[in-house]
Write a protein that binds this ligand. Structure first.
Ligand code: PLP
Length: 376
């Protein structure tokens, strides 16, 4: 299924390696009012709602831009101007939502845990009990900073019990990890085209409760990020309000068909899980130590401690791996010096094995012997 690439494999959290057929879907110019494009756009939206378990009560609003545009649009549209957001933070993407609130001038509080520690639902419950002004809670599904899986379902249950509304950033998990927006429940979930669905970068989307979206008129501070306006215009004439990323939508349509062919969320998640297991066991065999225990590790991206060996230089390691066709990712942690390797994109265990062999050879060439975080 994964063919030898003439480009390096991107072992990164996105943009990532896509299939040849997904890339080929972009070799055509579409008019934004073209009936065939409108049909593709409709199918993309419907498939995404179905993937999220949305059913009749939910809709999907696409938005131009990277994933952050979708998260910002979600916060701007669903958090009323007089609302207050509790943000659960254990990495950069949680911090980014706080920064979005600063820009939007919306009231918020944070509950921050260490990058290797998930939020405690009981603590969320206590915070909501103690602050009646909090109207919404935001959680990151898989915090890509470390690769940690956050307890979305448990937090959702607490939020629902306390009669507050939940917003989920499922950017790096959606399409690979089961999530059911109706069952959680949540008001809105944001993700993008170039993570686990394996499309090209350039659009985000928010899957949300239609009734709540309809009632969100006037909340947004920004015309281009107003999802209520984007949705009501699209419902009227099936078109995007402003120039759609036509090639990206066409590629995403193809990527969604390939996602279904692979067996949907179970099939895609299964491949990533195998990638992740082979990666972690192979890296341990090379002497590296992952940051997270298995129970907290999402099969999306893995953080490894930087080796202590003085002959290890990350930039050299990175460059030599890239020359051999494998692009890895620097770390973003504050708790430890680290680097990351992604398990997502159109890669399989053969690619992971190839990356492990390239790492082994490179470490030998570099003379790196102490590959764990602490000197033995
Ligand atoms: C990738 C990602 C985003 C969005 O990042 P962009 O660079 O704007 O696409 C947001 N949240 C999480 C958890 C992510 O992994």
């Amino acid at each position: 299924m994964v063919t030898k690439n003439y480009e390096p494999f991107l072992l990164t959290p996105g943009p990532l390696t896509t299939s040849l057929t997904t890339k080929q879907a972009m070799l055509r110019d579409w008019g934004s009012r073209d009936a065939a494009f409108i049909q593709i756009n409709r199918e993309v939206r419907d498939r995404l709602v179905a993937l999220a378990g949305g059913g009749e009560a939910f809709t999907c609003v696409p938005v131009q831009g990277s994933g952050t545009f979708a998260v910002e649009a979600m916060v701007a549209t669903f958090l009323p101007r007089d609302g207050k957001l509790l943000i659960l933070i254990n990495g950069a993407y949680g911090h980014r939502i706080a920064k979005i609130c600063d820009y939007l001038d919306r009231d918020y509080v944070t509950y921050e845990t260490a990058e290797n520690t998930p939020p405690d639902p009981a603590e969320v419950d206590a915070i909501l009990d103690g602050d009646a002004a909090i109207s919404h809670v935001a959680i990151i599904h898989c915090e890509t900073t470390s690769g940690i899986l956050n307890p979305v379902a448990e937090v959702a249950a607490v939020v629902a019990k306390r009669n507050r509304r939940l917003l989920v950033d499922s950017m790096s998990a959606f399409g690979a990890l089961e999530i059911d927006v109706a069952a959680l429940p949540c008001d809105a979930l944001a993700a993008s085209s170039n993570k686990c669905i394996e499309g090209a970068p350039g659009m985000g989307f928010v899957i949300c409760r239609t009734e709540t979206l309809a009632a969100a008129k006037g909340n947004a501070h920004s015309l281009s990020l107003d999802l209520q306006d984007q949705w009501s215009a699209m419902e009227k004439n099936a078109q995007w309000r402003f120039t759609p990323p036509t090639h990206v939508v066409a590629a995403f349509h193809q990527a969604l068909a390939e996602h279904a062919d692979e067996g949907g969320v179970a099939g895609r998640g299964g491949r990533y899980r195998r990638n992740c297991e082979i990666l972690i066991s192979g890296m341990k065999a090379l002497g590296f130590e992952p940051l997270l225990p298995a129970a907290l590790q999402a099969p999306i991206i893995v953080t490894f401690h930087m080796p202590v060996d003085p002959s290890f230089d990350f930039q050299v390691f990175y460059d030599r791996l890239a020359e051999q066709g494998y692009v890895i990712y620097p770390g973003k942690l504050t708790v430890a010096d680290s680097f990351r390797i992604g398990c997502i994109g159109r890669i399989d265990e053969t690619v992971i094995q190839g990356a492990l062999s390239a790492m082994e050879k490179t470490l030998e060439d570099m003379g790196v012997r102490q590959r764990g975080p602490a000197a033995a």
